[in-house]
Write a protein that binds this ligand. Structure first.
Ligand SMILES: [Zn+2]
Length: 113
C-alpha cells in the first residue's frame, strides 16, 4: 500500500469547492474520505435537534428506562446499568453520543465504517 493521500483535509480547509471536487474526481482515497464526512455531517444534523431539546429528551429517556425496567423482567444487571444512567441524568452531566445510542470509538466520537 502506498502512502495515504493527505490532500483531502488541506483542500477542504484552504481550497475552493471546485478544486476539491476536481481532486475527488481523480483520487479514490479522498472520495472515500469525503463520503465519510458527508455521512458524519448527516448524523450530526440528525442528532442536533436532540441536543437542543435535551430536557424533553432526558425525560423521555427516563420514561423509557422505567418502562424497560418494569416490562423487561428487571434482572439485577439491567437494574444496575439503569441506575448508572439515571445517576448521570440526576447529576446533570452531559449526555454523550454513546448515551444517545450511537456507535462510538474510544474518544467518544461517532464511529463510521
Ligand atoms: Zn487525494
Amino acid at each position: 500500500m502506498t502512502k495515504k493521500c493527505e490532500k483531502y483535509e488541506a483542500l477542504l480547509q484552504f481550497s475552493d469547492e471546485a478544486t476539491l471536487m476536481a481532486h475527488l474526481e481523480e483520487c479514490e482515497e479522498c472520495r472515500a474520505e469525503h463520503e465519510k464526512m458527508q455521512r458524519v455531517s448527516e448524523l450530526i444534523k440528525e442528532v442536533k435537534p436532540l441536543f437542543n431539546k435535551k430536557q424533553k429528551y432526558t425525560k423521555l429517556k427516563v420514561a423509557c428506562l422505567l418502562f424497560l425496567t418494569l416490562v423487561g423482567g428487571a434482572t439485577l444487571e439491567i437494574t444496575d446499568a439503569n441506575y448508572g444512567i439515571l445517576d448521570t441524568i440526576k447529576y446533570g452531566e452531559e449526555l454523550t453520543l454513546e448515551d444517545l445510542g450511537f456507535p462510538v470509538d474510544d474518544y467518544g466520537m461517532i464511529k463510521v465504517d
